[in-house]
Design a protein around this ligand. Structure first.
Ligand code: DX5
Ligand code: ZN
Length: 227
């Protein structure tokens, strides 16, 4: 099976939200494949960000793949509105969907979005295997490499064991990592088998975001033959 292609997804959480459309276009011009959108409710994480109305506004300005990461307690409640708003990917947290992930995946697909599942650092990787293997399966697994809630935290290298085990089991799965990714941590993530790389502060904080994006893409493409 063909290895999954590198996808670099700047996290718009680190952008200037007052100029979201311009920031999104700037990232695409710098070579971003996806735009990562962090949706947080303050029950699931100690922070509050954006909802479907913002996705809907942004969608009017771009055709880009909007990779929505929902850090919310009731993801099922958001499927309809995110589908209508024009989200491309809908990645929910397993910790918030242990009772209803099957129904959730079906509804996400019915609304024309790509389902993904994410897990917090403390959640064992085995918990997501049934979601990758089921008849209604997710297209992406997002392994959090920080505690969700805020940008600018330190990458947790011990999460790479989860990525390695997933990659061994699923050679062509989209495996995403999120939190603390940048030039100094990309090699650990890429060699473990991650192909979708979310990066906020390292990209937005760089004088030349295009260089950081291309460096990360090259590192993933360079090691994937060895997965
Ligand atoms: C954290 C978010 C991340 C965050 C990453 O909960 O899911 O997407 O914005 O930011 P950096 O790359 O700065 O760690
Ligand atoms: Zn995220």
């Amino acid at each position: 099976m063909a290895a999954a292609a590198a996808k670099i997804a700047p996290s718009m959480l680190s952008s200037d939200f007052s100029n979201l459309a311009t920031e999104a276009q700037r990232m695409l011009d710098c070579g971003a494949d996806w735009l990562h959108m962090d949706i947080m409710c303050s029950h699931f994480v100690p922070n509050l960000t954006i909802g479907a109305p913002v996705i809907e506004s942004l969608r009017k300005h771009t055709k880009a793949y909007l990779d929505c990461h929902l850090m919310v307690t009731n993801p099922l409640d958001y499927v309809e509105s995110f589908g209508k708003a024009g989200a491309s990917g809908f990645t929910f947290h397993i910790e918030a969907a242990r009772e209803n992930w099957n129904e959730l995946i079906q509804k996400i697909k019915a609304k024309g979005m790509k389902p993904g599942v994410s897990l917090k650092p403390g959640t064992p990787i085995e918990e997501v295997y049934p979601l990758v293997e089921g008849e209604n399966h997710v297209d992406l697994v997002l392994v959090m490499t920080v505690e969700p809630g805020f940008g600018g935290q330190k990458f947790m290298p011990e999460m790479m064991d989860k990525v390695r085990r997933l990659r061994q089991k699923y050679p062509s799965l989209d495996i995403e990592v999120d939190g603390g990714l940048g030039p100094s941590t990309i090699d650990a993530a890429a060699s473990a088998g991650a192909n979708c790389i979310v990066a906020g502060s390292s990209v937005f904080g760089a004088p030349e975001p295009a260089q950081v994006i291309s460096l990360m893409r090259n590192r993933v493409e360079g090691v994937k033959a060895a997965w």
